[in-house]
Design a protein around this ligand. Structure first.
Ligand code: SF4
Ligand code: SF4
Ligand code: SF4
Length: 429
């Protein structure tokens, strides 16, 4: 793969050397003149050549200051759910009937007190993320009441399928700040294609709950797993959520997500990715509202590339694929175990316990913090490192059973770079 990439967006052209992270910006006309003249083109390529950004730039060192870590812990209440989605990434845990109970919630705070004691870093909670299975199952009510009590002054973010929002109105309307991430895959018929409900009324219950939440001013992100085979149906879905206030109400956001097929976020199949991007681009030409959807996650690498270019302007690069390798925003699971992030399925992702006793495996935490690009010899000379940054640890550990294992997964797709122009630079243009 060439280190030099040309990305066109609207009337601009960005020419980037992926290894040096030097970028030049032109108008279409300017670039057209250059590209027709071999010597100008060679001159341009030589101006963006340079030492690898690993040598040219300095690593970012601000994940947390020496004193304080601002964290967003994730509480996974149970693996039980009222849906049986065909693509649910928790299938392997469905037999696990353990759940986090109300009296275990204080264990989360105790875990962080112990973490502060042994590392010397004070921990401040930015927000608390609550998920499942389905967190709003009736059985979780006491636990959620306890979460709202223990974290009374913190934002609570619930990742839910929405069926039981109405049963939690009391807690949701009284808590200081709540956000809902509601998974809806389209209008009812399309939603039910891969999401199999235990009752046919779940979709309507969810819509009624979302409507109530909007009326309460609660921020809603609609998380939709994009299906390229049904791209034509999204206009109907847009109509439906416009009725809820989407496009008028800034508190309602529609996000298209890629379909993943295993542990971690690097498990997108190449064929799906190519089809999804082609279908999304077509949808954007047939229904302008698609341009208001946050679809950046459909294109792996788009967000990391944007960040990398912004940081390179400040003389910096990011040595880590994600914050969880270095920041203690851990995932607290049923049964008392703490994982680096909720996407891990391999036991090697476990870094301690919060219940019945607090235990912290500092040596494993330190091993993960060594998973930085400069230390991964196999990745140092790879021009995809700017996107991939040694890969998602949850995916790599699942495939290699090694904390420092490498698994190139989606980045090995030869076509993925061709799609970048449609996503990456919209924020700059
Ligand atoms: S709603 Fe979520 S947790 Fe429940 S089966 Fe579907 S993907 Fe899995
Ligand atoms: S390990 Fe990092 S990149 Fe992978 S799923 Fe977790 S947060 Fe995302
Ligand atoms: S994991 Fe593979 S694609 Fe990613 S940086 Fe390393 S060698 Fe490159």
């Amino acid at each position: 793969m060439e280190a030099t990439q040309v990305i066109k967006v609207n009337n601009s052209v960005y020419v980037i050397n992926m290894d040096s992270l030097i970028v030049k910006h032109f108008t279409i006309d300017e670039f057209r003149k250059i590209s027709r003249n071999d010597s100008l083109l060679q001159e341009l390529i030589s101006t963006i050549n340079g030492p690898s950004y690993l040598q040219r730039l300095k690593p970012v060192n601000d994940y947390y200051s020496s004193e304080k870590a601002i964290v967003l812990p994730s509480l996974l209440l149970s693996y039980e759910c009222n849906y049986t989605c065909t693509y649910c990434y928790q299938k392997r845990q469905k037999e696990n009937s353990q759940r986090i109970t109300a009296d275990q919630i204080t264990g989360v705070k105790e875990f962080y007190s112990e973490y502060s004691r042994i590392t010397g870093h004070e921990v401040e909670f930015k927000a608390v993320h609550v998920s499942g299975g389905e967190p709003f199952l009736p059985e979780n009510k006491e636990t959620i009441e306890k979460i709202a009590e223990v974290f009374y002054n913190k934002t609570l973010i619930f990742a839910t399928n929405g069926t039981f929002i109405n049963d939690y109105r009391d807690i949701l309307s009284h808590h200081c700040h709540v956000k809902l991430w509601v998974s809806i895959d389209g209008a009812k018929e399309v939603h039910y294609l891969k999401r199999v409900p235990s009752l046919n009324s779940h979709y309507d219950d969810m819509m009624s709950g979302v409507k109530w939440a909007v009326s309460e001013g609660i921020d809603i992100s609609i998380m939709c797993v994009f299906d390229p085979d049904y791209a034509d149906s999204y206009s109907l879905f847009f109509d439906e959520i416009e009725n809820l206030g989407w496009l008028r109400n800034k508190g309602i956001n529609l996000v298209f997500l890629p379909l993943t097929s295993g542990a971690g976020c690097d498990t997108i199949e190449s064929e799906y990715l190519d089809n999804a991007i082609a279908a999304f681009i077509k949808l954007r030409t047939t229904d302008g509202r698609a341009g208001c959807v946050d679809a950046r996650q459909l294109m792996p690498g788009a967000i990391p590339l944007m960040k990398a270019i912004k940081r390179a302007n400040d003389g910096l690069f990011d040595p880590y694929r994600c914050e969880c390798l270095v920041k203690p925003s851990y995932s607290f699971t049923p049964g008392g175990l703490v994982y680096l992030c909720s996407a891990f399925e391999d036991e090697l992702g476990c870094i301690g316990r919060y219940w019945p006793e607090v235990e912290i495996d500092l040596s494993r935490i330190n091993l993960y913090s060594m998973r930085r690009i400069e230390n991964m010899e196999a990745c140092n000379n790879c021009v995809k490192k700017v996107f991939c940054n040694c890969g998602c640890a949850a995916t790599a550990v699942d495939r290699t059973h090694d904390i420092h294992g490498i698994h190139c997964s989606i980045w090995a797709n030869p076509t993925f770079l061709q799609h970048l122009e449609h996503f990456t630079f919209n924020d700059f243009a």
